[in-house]
Design a binder for this molecule. Sequence first.
Ligand code: NAP
Length: 200
Amino acid sequence: MDPELETGPEPHEADARSGGTGRKVTFGVASSLDNFIARPDHAVDWLMWSDEVSALTSAFWKTVDTVVMGRKTYEVGVKQGMTAYPGVKNYVFSRSMAEAPDARVEIVRRDAAGFIRELKAREGAGICVMGGGELARSLFEAELVDEVGLNIHPVLLGAGIPLFHGMSRQIDLELIDSKVLQTGCVYVLYRVKRRGSSTE
Ligand SMILES: NC(=O)c1ccc[n+]([C@@H]2O[C@H](COP(=O)([O-])OP(=O)(O)OC[C@H]3O[C@@H](n4cnc5c(N)ncnc54)[C@H](OP(=O)(O)O)[C@@H]3O)[C@@H](O)[C@H]2O)c1
């Protein structure tokens, strides 16, 4: 058995960056206004890249040492030649994928929520949930997402792969940042409010 499955993730060498526990889990994606993150065939040709997005992304990138993603997101990345994100620990959640085509990527066959709960309890920098919506839903349900960052594009795709799926309860958010980009995209960053906290 993969020792990772029994013991959970090993602390990452960049853990020292955070200086504490309670690592922030951020779900960050680009979406259409009508709640899609890709066309039905996974195409993301509608995404608008810009210097502003690049600046936001590189600032965020400095705060994380771990990237997690669902198998479908990873497979699309691999087809595009992105087999691992450099300089961070890469985890892909999948029960169907035998092994990753890149030794820097660890396939996790356990339930994502339990694994990320353990990862969060260890010291380290931020954890980026790269997608997709399926993985994110399970992490929202398990109350493991701390922030949601969206780059909302001015398009109604009409059909595609959903960003948000139905969930068993309401999740309240607090807007902590927003910016209208020159492309007409709107960047929003929300903090996820926890249930049962009198201060929230
Ligand atoms: N626009 C953007 O910024 C953006 C960002 C990311 C992704 N995307 C797009 O989103 C699409 C994929 O998103 P998606 O929502 O369909 O799929 P996804 O979340 O990327 O992957 C779903 C798969 O991940 C595994 N998984 C999900 N939740 C799990 C859990 N709780 N525990 C263990 N394994 C779990 C399962 O793999 P197995 O079936 O192998 O068990 C599941 O089939 C792609 O087209 C991608 O390009 C777009």
